[in-house]
Design a protein around this ligand. Structure first.
Ligand SMILES: [Fe+2]
Length: 495
């Protein structure tokens, strides 16, 4: 899904818009106070769990419970497991870890099912044998236990940073870390009382749940009713794009029609769309079953991975949806991710989020909100829309270019802390001069405002994130840059 906050995508006229909570796999949604993971004093978490496993905050809790020593050979490890909500459940786990002299660096919990909580524990193991010992001791007191090791920790300063994925397959751990499921509908959702629609949603989210890195993206055989809904949305919006969408969106959409079978009578398959994006800018799609945290969603952007829903809104109200759906993803987001400058801009936000503090992640998610979801850009004397929340909303697309809302030049420092409503059209939009300039602005913002004691880079060859924490790695990076610079100078000299 997209980084969509508790808002709405209203495709109808403003009069059809109605407040509704929006669920989505996007950081935007997750910024809601009730959903956003907050640091909690460890005493609060441990005290709570002594009574019930679920007594941690309703959606999740993350806490630092002590840094390890400076041993440079440790393995930073995450284990995950489920616990049934009962008195003393988590205490049993912590007691076992205490006996093994394990020093935790982070505890996170999320509801997995009624009465069941999924836990993620981070710690630094001295070797693989110690990880095995931990799993052996815990297997009798928890369910569905598995371990994920993310490699050596050799930078003391980085040891307290939140865990982040180092390679694309690490995002498989997100598949079941959703904060809310895509088949659970709010009471005011148009499909809430439709058992057929609800079963269809459940079917599609189950498919997303089982997807793993490297597999072909799941193809959905959409029903005639679903295709008809898509067609209504498609025809309505594409008429408006000619006058309201930015030039990059208008340039790419015909290419998607030609290469990925975008058409009023066909819902494109994300596998085909992802292949097109990969060839264009190196971005790929990944299916998601429900809401991801802001951190997980933004972290994926660092790898040029965009989480996308595959289900569609309810047919009874084709011009309204209280949440991002396949129309929002494919019509709003995808065309921009085929533009090189926009693609780089989005990745900058993702890279800045890796290992960032919760406060910084929230600020980056807000920047994302005011750009990728609700951004405007200048084209000569005109202003056009490039945000997916606008380009998939018939009503707000018209409204945002009118003289009703306030429009100010894009400034990431201001956008990062700008308040915004989540159940009505935005009163204020940021206007970027260009994607290229926006990318530089966010890069500068990350360099000066994101407080992180280490640097990262994305290695496109290995599709992994490298922490530049040793002289060898940094020197190798510099040598690669020198070689690239030599090729660049050679090319310029030949001109
Ligand atoms: Fe979105």
């Amino acid at each position: 899904m997209s980084l969509f906050r508790a808002s709405r995508i209203v495709l109808a006229s403003p009069s059809l818009a109605r407040p509704a909570a929006v669920r989505c796999a996007s950081p935007l949604w997750a910024l809601r106070p009730a959903a956003f993971p907050r640091l909690q004093p460890v005493s609060a978490l441990l005290g709570a769990t002594r009574s019930h496993a679920s007594a941690a905050p309703a959606t999740s809790a993350a806490t630092s419970v002590g840094a390890p020593g400076g041993n440079p050979a440790q393995l930073r490890t995450t284990i995950r497991f489920k616990i049934h909500d009962k008195i003393g459940a988590l205490t049993s786990v912590l007691d076992e870890l205490h006996k093994l002299n394990i020093s935790l660096t982070r505890i996170e919990s999320r509801p997995a099912a009624p009465g069941v909580y999924q836990f993620y524990l981070d710690f630094h193991a001295k070797d693989e044998a110690q990880i095995q010992s931990v799993c052996e001791e815990l297997k009798d007191v928890v369910q569905d236990l598995s371990a994920v090791s993310s490699g050596n920790v050799d930078l003391v300063a980085a040891q307290n940073a939140p865990w982040f994925p180092r390679k694309k397959s690490d995002m498989d751990t997100f598949a079941e870390k959703v904060m809310e499921y895509g088949d659970e509908l709010d009471a005011d959702h148009p499909g809430f009382t439709d058992p057929v629609y609800r079963e269809r949603r459940a079917e599609i989210t189950r498919i997303a749940k089982t997807y793993r890195y490297g597999q072909e993206l799941p193809r959905i055989k959409y029903t005639d009713k679903e295709i008809q809904t898509w067609g209504i949305v498609y025809n309505k919006l594409t008429k408006m794009y000619k006058t309201h969408a930015c030039r990059e969106h208008q340039y790419v959409l015909p290419l998607l029609e030609h290469n990925c079978a975008y058409a009023p009578d066909n819902i494109p398959q994300i596998e085909d769309v992802s292949r097109f994006m990969k060839e264009s800018t190196g971005w790929t799609l990944r299916p998601v079953m429900g809401l991801l945290s802001s951190r997980d969603f933004l972290n994926a952007l660092a790898f040029r991975v965009f989480h996308s829903t595959q289900y569609i809104r309810h047919h009874s109200q084709p011009l309204y949806t209280p949440e991002p759906d396949v129309c929002h993803e494919l019509l709003g987001h995808v065309p921009l991710y085929a533009d090189p400058d926009f693609a780089d801009f989005s990745q900058e936000i993702g890279l800045a989020s890796l290992g960032a503090s919760d406060d910084d992640v929230e600020k980056l998610a807000t920047i994302y909100w005011f750009t990728v979801e609700f951004g405007l850009c200048r084209e000569g004397d005109n202003i056009k829309a490039f945000g997916a929340g606008l380009l998939s909303s018939f009503g707000e697309l018209e409204y945002c270019l009118s003289d009703k809302p306030q429009k100010v030049p894009f400034d990431p420092k201001l956008a990062a802390t700008q308040k915004y409503p989540i159940t009505e059209y935005q009163p204020l939009y940021f206007v970027a001069n260009s994607f290229k300039e926006m990318k530089e602005q966010v890069r500068d913002y990350a360099a000066t405002h994101i407080h992180r004691p280490f640097a990262v880079r994305y290695n496109a060859l290995t599709e992994s994130v490298e922490v530049l924490d040793t002289k060898d790695k940094t020197l190798r990076y510099a040598q690669n840059l020198r070689a690239e610079l030599g090729r660049l100078i050679g090319a310029i000299e030949r001109m």
